[in-house]
Write a protein that binds this ligand. Structure first.
Ligand SMILES: O=P(O)(O)OC[C@H]1O[C@H](O)[C@H](O)[C@@H](O)[C@@H]1O
Length: 318
């Protein structure tokens, strides 16, 4: 059949400028006509850049390995199926810290662009979603042996005018139930950590990993970071934003979650930063704060054939 007269674009929004996409050296980059861009490295499906009008919002260490030899130190590494050092006598016991998702090669499944209606047609704009996949058969032999479950992950990275959304779908393709933890280990870029406060954590219980994993209750409505900080805040309402603000209360980022009720706040501070070979320069701990949305306090049990979904939406408020 002669399809030469096929319309090249159909429907509402066809006249709006379209997002652009480039694929180079294992990195997928998408840009919106409104001036935002996102870059995702297929190694770990790690988001390594999120820019709004040229301003970078994610921190990536200058010494980060971008060649697939080590998880990327910065951006948004995805932690799955275990957070931190795996417990003993568990399905995940032989895996490395934070599991295998951040150090596996993912597949790019494709891009979809869609119109986000504004209050009038002049304000309408395009969003773009990039999908990435990882399944049991794509793992290295070593990882397959360490975690012998048939699974499928679809990770969607959506860029809008003022948000970056990351969502994960976990499928159990096998015959047996499995347990997992998941976390989006977001390194937010900040100008100066002494001018940062984290809000939305007051009265919440947290495990302080710098104090032998003891349990505490957050007393501050606006948490300042003044030393090594490594806390797992538990049982938060995912719909209530965690806000990263300046000391004089200007919001910088606002993070809402779906099905992720824990939030880790991490800054390695001076000594730990110096001790990490891939963290640099040494002073860079001043330019980052990790606010990590996850489900890590317990385990999600996924029955054979079932699917779980969760995600975060980060709004840049600058
Ligand atoms: O060095 P990594 O394996 O990337 O882990 C970096 C950090 O991740 C999380 O934030 C943990 O709570 C920290 O305890 C850990 O140090």
């Amino acid at each position: 059949m002669d399809r030469s007269k096929k319309p090249s674009a159909i429907g509402v929004g066809a006249s709006l400028p379209q997002p652009s996409l480039s694929i180079k050296d294992n990195v997928i980059e998408a840009s919106l006509p409104t001036g935002q861009s996102v870059a995702v490295n297929l190694y770990g499906a790690t988001v390594t850049s999120w820019k709004v009008n040229g301003k970078e919002h994610l921190f990536v260490s200058e010494k980060a390995h971008l060649d697939g030899s080590k998880p990327i130190r910065g951006g948004i590494p995805l932690v799955f199926p275990v957070f931190g050092p795996p417990p003993q006598n568990h399905d995940t016991s032989s895996l490395p810290q934070h599991g295998f998702a951040r150090n596996s090669n993912w597949e790019f499944l494709g891009k979809s662009a869609f119109e986000a209606p504004g209050s009038n047609s002049d304000q309408s704009h395009m969003n773009v979603k990039l999908d990435f996949g990882l399944s049991h058969s794509m793992l290295t032999d070593e990882f397959r042996q360490m975690w012998p479950h048939e699974f499928g992950l679809v990770y969607s990275v959506t860029l809008t005018k003022d948000t970056l959304e990351t969502a994960l779908q976990v499928r159990n393709d096998g015959q047996k139930n499995f347990e997992f933890q998941v976390l989006m280990h977001t390194y937010l870029k900040v100008a100066d950590i002494s001018d940062v406060r984290v809000k939305g954590l007051e009265s919440k219980t947290y495990i302080d990993k710098t104090l032998q994993a003891t349990s505490h209750t957050e007393s501050s409505p606006a948490l300042a970071i003044t030393q090594e900080t490594d806390r797992v805040y538990q049982n938060l309402d995912p719909a209530v934003p965690v806000i990263v603000a300046s000391a004089d209360d200007k919001p910088l980022f606002s993070i809402t979650r779906e099905a992720l009720s824990d939030v880790v706040v991490w800054n390695p501070w001076i000594e730990k930063a110096k001790g990490m070979a891939d963290f640099g320069p040494d002073e860079a701990y001043k330019n980052m704060i990790c606010v990590e949305a996850g489900s890590v306090s317990g385990w999600q049990t996924l029955e054979a054939g079932d699917t779980w979904e969760g995600g975060q939406s980060i709004q840049a408020r600058l």
